[in-house]
Ligand binder design. Structure first.
Ligand code: SF4
Length: 436
């Protein structure tokens, strides 16, 4: 392996373009091509749930439809779908729910996230149906957070009421920009005059928590436009606000642009701080400590996630990572004809969970204590961590802090920590699989 190959492999690990949180370890780029049979998937999930009764399980449901694909959207979204296509997809997702229902019969689901695409693009009848099916097939814990992505433009009274009646407790609203010109120049079909009405509509329907997104770095957008967006959004008082940096459809942002956009984000967060928000990290802030549970990486370190629908990612703690068939049409076909749901997968064990935990905590700037590692992963886990920590410290990527180890997170630290924790075998696998 050359240094150049290692750097390319590490960039792939961190350069993620799909919905949901990045896995980081083992990254999608290392997984096996499927299909993974239904029987095997069910067996691995059953083992994971039996071996880890104390761990929570969440559900992610993907609805891959949208009115028209925005020019900057990197998700696997189907723009302009018709009712028949959507109905077929919902039927397929119900088949998948029915398949997993017996596996999860004894397990309470502690949170649900419905993403996409934009779920509220579905007509009210289908939206209601899929939400009712989720509750029919799974035991959702009373009071569990049920969050759903949405576009303010796609709400009408019927949909808002349906969503509230079906128990959605947090709506994630993609605003991206309040400027009609910026939206138009970025191929985004959004009537910005409807944003405030949508907030009023869903609040009247009974939804208390709104988690709203803005983007910085859109084509033609100035810092002044972005700051104005932050001010306008803060006046609507959503519970949580994300100020996301644009991600190019291919490649990465040049460092000077990244730096500039980082300064926009910081200026935006300062406005939010002054408006009474608590800043959570370098791109988000919230009111009253309420945040989207599945959007918090900490949930994914200790718990499992069942992904339903096209492209959805699953994590059966200590046993399996998998990704469903990405194309909505192929997923529907396969699910309805008794075929596999998953297209990519990787069987995992406790060591993969340990590395996943170390990567995420270190790369979020959190101090990792050896005792904590021992408590979670036993003496062998602590020994593994101490060995890796000594190696990474020796190369200057992490340093001792209050009896634990911390990463300063400079560019070379990301590279060094990722390469050290991945190890030669896994890096070689990524290099081979991706022809680097
Ligand atoms: S509205 Fe959101 S999900 Fe739909 S195409 Fe635009 S960015 Fe993608």
């Amino acid at each position: 392996m050359t240094q150049e190959q290692i750097e390319k492999a590490v960039s792939l690990v961190h350069d993620v373009r799909y919905g949901g949180l990045p896995t980081h370890f083992p990254s999608l780029t290392a997984w096996d091509s499927g299909p993974l049979s239904r029987a095997e998937q069910s067996m691995l999930w059953t083992e994971s749930l039996r071996e880890n009764p104390q761990r929570e399980a969440g559900i992610y449901l993907n609805i891959p439809f949208c009115r028209k694909k925005c020019a900057f959207c990197f998700l696997d979204v189907k723009g302009g779908s018709v009712y028949e296509e959507q109905e077929k997809y919902i039927l397929a997702a119900e088949k998948e729910m029915a398949f997993f229902a017996p596996v999860f019969a004894e397990k309470e689901i502690s949170c649900v996230y419905i993403g996409g695409g934009t779920p509220n693009f579905l007509p009210a009848s289908l939206l209601k149906r899929i939400l009712i099916s989720l509750k029919h097939y799974f035991r959702i814990k009373p009071g569990a957070q049920i969050s759903m992505e949405s576009n303010p433009d796609f709400f009408d009274e019927e949909k808002a009421v349906a969503v509230a009646e079906c128990g959605v407790s947090m709506l994630l609203m993609g605003i991206q920009s309040f400027s009609a010109t910026v939206n138009r120049d970025n191929g985004r079909a959004q009537d910005v005059t409807r944003i405030k009405d949508a907030f009023d509509l869903v609040r009247r329907a009974g939804i208390k928590h709104i988690n709203a997104d803005l983007l910085c770095g859109l084509k033609g957008q100035t810092k002044k436009d972005f700051i104005r967006d932050v001010l306008l959004l803060s006046r609507l008082r959503p519970t949580q606000i994300h100020l996301n940096r644009i991600k190019p459809l291919a490649g990465t942002l040049p460092p000077e642009i990244k730096k500039e956009l980082y300064s926009w984000q910081q200026a935006g967060l300062e406005i939010l701080r002054r408006a009474g928000y608590t800043v959570l990290d370098e791109e988000s802030a919230c009111l009253d400590g309420i945040r989207n549970q599945q959007g918090n990486y900490i949930f994914h370190l200790d718990n499992s996630l069942l992904g339903l629908g096209s492209g959805a990612m699953s994590h059966a703690w200590g046993r399996l990572r998998s990704r469903n068939i990405v194309s909505p049409a192929e997923y529907s076909e396969s699910a309805l004809s008794g075929g596999a749901f998953s297209q990519l997968y990787m069987k995992t064990g406790i060591e993969e969970e340990l590395i996943h935990y170390l990567m995420n905590t270190l790369l979020h700037g959190v101090t990792v204590m050896p005792e904590e590692v021992r408590e979670k992963f036993g003496a062998a886990g602590e020994e593994f961590f101490r060995r890796k920590a000594a190696d990474m410290a020796c190369r200057g990527y992490i340093e001792e802090s209050d009896g634990g180890w911390k990463c300063e997170m400079r560019m070379q630290d990301w590279l060094g920590v990722t390469a050290a924790l991945y190890g030669e075998e896994m890096l070689e696998r990524i290099i081979r699989r991706n022809g680097l």
